[in-house]
Structure formats: C-alpha cells, structure tokens
Ligand binder design. Structure first.
Ligand code: MG
Length: 450
C-alpha cells in the first residue's frame, strides 16, 4: 500500500514537472548536443552526401563522398554493388542524403543504426551498400579530423603488413601451375587456383567455346555442369602438388555452384592436398548443409561473399562450422558491422578473409586493409594489383610488396578520389560482366544459381 502510494505520488510529481518545463525537460539530447558542439567550437555538420560512379578498370564502382561544413574535411566510402550500381546511387542520393544532411558526422554508430532502420525494411544488398558508402566515409572523415589512420581508431596495429592471395587461372593444369609459380616467384605465399573444364564454363575462367558473336549478348548463355567440374578439381590439385610443391598455400573457390552433396564429396577428395581453404561450397540458401560438411572433412572452409544479413553468418560462426568468414564488407553495411563481425569471430577462432575482387573499389580495399591490420584473428586478404588508371583516379591505393599489402600512416583511409580523373571513366550500363550471372545454364537449358 505504502509503496503504491509513493509510486503514484512520484508519477504525479513527474508529470507536473514535465508539463511545467515543457518538452525540453524530456528531450535532454537537444541541449546536450548543443553543449557538445559549442565545446568543440566546430559545430561539425554533414553538408552534402554525393555518389560518384566510375569505371577506371572497366568495372562499375560506386563511391560515396560525405562533405562537412569544415572546409576540406570530407570522407570517402565504398558502396560498390556493381551489378546494380544505379540503384545504390538512388538509395544514397534520394534517401540517405536527405536523412543525413545537418547531422554530426562523428556519431558513426548512431548514424549507422538510424540509417539502417530508416527504410523500415533492411538487410538487402542495395541498402546495405548505400549505408556502407556513408559509414566507411565517416570512419575516413573521423580519422582525418583526428589526424590518425583508421586502423588506429580500430585499436591499432596487430601486424606490420597484411598477407594476401592472388588468382591463378588457366585452361590447362600447366597454365595454372605456371601462374602459381609466377606469383610465388614474386613473393606470394598464397594463391587461389581455378581451371577451365572442357566444354563447361568455370568461374574465373572464360572458355572460348561458349562465345557466339551472332547471338545478342543478353541472350548469350554459358553452360555449367557440376559433375565434370568436381571430377576435374582433385586432378588439378594432384598435378599442382606434384609440380609446384607442398609449401605454397593453395585456395579454391567452388563459387556455390554444385549440389550440396557434390560439394561434400569434393571437400573430402581435396583433403590430401592440404588446402588453405575451400571457398563458398554452398549457396547461401544451403547453409544448413555446413553441419554435414564439417562432420565429414578436415578441409578448411571459407564462406560468405553473398551474405547480407547477420542471420546468415552468426550461426555458422557460433557453431564453429567454418574457419574463415568471407563477407564483402560493403555488402553487410560497411566498417561498423564488419569490425563487430571480426570481434565476434575472434571468440570462436574463426579468421577473417574479406572479399577483395575488382568490384570492391580501391576505397573499399583500403577499408579492408585497415581492418585487417587491426584484427587479431585476421586470416588472409584477397588482393588486387591496382591498374595505373585506378591509381590515377584513387591516389593512395594500398601498396602490394612481396605478397603483402602495406598501408601508409596518412590520416583516415589514406586514399583520395580525383573526380576529374574519375569522370574520364564513365560507367557503362550494360557490361557483359553483369549478364553472365543470369545467363549461366545447365546443359538442358535450366537456370542455375551461383
Ligand atoms: Mg568467391
């Protein structure tokens, strides 16, 4: 009785106090925000959010530039979803920009969280990339403001440089072996190997047999059959171990394209060849098979370049069903979720292997490398040698030496964007690269998923 009375009294008194003081009494954040701004003397605000589309290496890149009211202070972020570049551009320009202009760019976590729910529906590749463009730009911007490289903001260096792997591919085993040797002679310790399978298009290897110039590009199909592929790959590894030795770390990407039971057989067949990892054995829709795969093989497993939603990866990690997490950082929403994912993986001895192909912009590669260098459970980084055109558009690309990525100590991500150079490489709206995904078919003409 006494307690109830006291509670009622408190509620009554509180209501009266709020009524007397007006809304400001229950909106403490307004006054607090004003105090913080005046304390720094900057009143830093986002003044503009711009999307820049460019294709210096022929692949459509989407980069976001966040500008502030402090002259010269801006950040750059990667929002590259190359297959749907203009849709990401619309998401940034039409929806995120009006949501963010006027806000404090140093509130990175708050901007991520509020942007994430601003569309109500979320976790898709377009909106995640749009948020990533802003998010990575805010980390870059904060680093520039603090005069520190982003890796310092992420906890500091765990290593001096970032070990990487490159891609060796060919139409014959010998060509692949020659490519592996070319990389090991250049100082690389890790090489991904893919080979053409006669009569079958294989990811990473273009076969001349399925090009027909008389057919319009959007109707030109490639044939994919899983059985010839899974019969060929163990023979490739046998050849490579005999011809390039046991020391080089070899990787292979299944690219999700085989029925789950064939992927399990392949992982078992490859055990004698001691892979560094076998990548993406299943489609994201088939991740329930990992339990069976894990129980049957000791081949190290990497997964995740198609993941968008944390529900796709948290279970695989906490159940210790994979060895490497391989998400595409912009695809899950940028550095803010990626650093949490890396930390989560650390508790389960899962190592990072962020996706790093040509459809990550050099800004995205820089973000990968800053996170790699500050991550204790870093595994390996897929690397790219930036063409001169890319370096002209993006001065300050991470440097590759002896198979390692090296970072400068420049503030922020340490990379810039020359917009005049970028304008020399406008994006094409219909590159054949995009058409491959929907036009890969089984021998009987049925569509097949990557
Ligand atoms: Mg892959």
């Amino acid at each position: 009785m006494g307690n109830r009375m006291k509670r009622r009294d408190w509620l009554g008194a509180s209501a009266l106090a709020f009524a007397a003081a007006g809304w400001s009494a229950i909106r403490p954040w307004s006054a607090q925000a004003a105090d913080e701004s005046s304390a720094t003397g900057e009143n830093l605000k986002i003044t503009d959010v711009r999307t820049i589309l460019t294709a210096p290496a022929g692949i459509r890149l989407v980069v976001v530039k966040v500008l502030t009211n402090q002259p010269g202070l801006y950040g750059l972020g990667c929002a590259t979803f190359t297959q749907r570049a203009r849709v990401v551009q619309t998401a940034v320009d039409q929806y995120l920009k009006p949501f963010l202009v006027g806000k404090d760019p140093t509130k990175i976590e708050d901007i991520w969280q509020s942007s994430f729910v601003s569309s109500y529906w979320r976790n898709g590749p377009v909106l995640n990339n749009a948020i990533s463009g802003v998010d990575i730009a805010l980390w870059d911007l904060l680093g520039k403001r603090a005069g520190l490289p982003v890796y310092q903001l992420l906890g500091g260096k765990c290593r001096d440089a970032v070990d990487t792997y490159r891609h060796a591919r060919g139409d014959s085993f010998k060509q692949v072996a020659d490519e592996v040797r070319r990389y090991t002679e250049a100082g690389y310790r890790h090489v991904r190997v893919q080979v053409g399978v006669p009569g079958v298009s294989t990811y990473g290897v273009r076969s001349s047999t399925d090009e027909d110039e008389s057919v319009p590009p959007n109707q030109r199909t490639r044939v994919w059959e899983p059985k010839p592929y899974v019969r060929t790959i163990p023979k490739l590894f046998d050849y490579l171990r005999q011809n390039v030795g046991a020391e080089v770390e070899l990787l292979h990407d299944v690219h999700e394209r085989v029925p789950p039971v064939l992927a399990i057989q392949l992982a078992k067949d490859l055990e004698p060849y001691r892979l560094f990892f076998l990548e993406d054995p299943f489609s994201p829709e088939d991740i329930g098979y990992f339990e069976h795969l894990r129980a049957q093989t000791s081949t190290p497993l990497a997964m995740g370049e198609l993941f968008n939603n944390p529900n796709e990866f948290t279970g695989l990690i906490k159940d210790r069903l994979i060895d490497f997490i391989r998400v595409h950082i912009s695809q899950i929403g940028g550095l803010t979720p990626a650093r949490k994912l890396a930390a989560f993986c650390d508790f389960f001895a899962v190592r990072t292997a962020w996706h790093g192909p040509g459809d990550v912009s050099p800004v995205g590669h820089a973000a990968n490398v800053h996170l790699d260098i500050a991550t204790p459970n870093f595994g390996i980084q897929e690397a790219r040698e930036f063409r001169q055109e890319e370096q002209d558009v993006f001065p300050g690309c991470p440097e590759l030496r002896s198979g390692y990525y090296w970072l400068s100590d420049r503030p922020g991500l340490g990379i810039d964007l020359d917009e005049r150079a970028a304008a020399k490489f406008p994006i094409e709206d219909d590159p054949p690269f995009d058409l491959d995904w929907g036009n890969l078919r089984r021998a009987d003409g049925a569509s097949t998923k990557p």
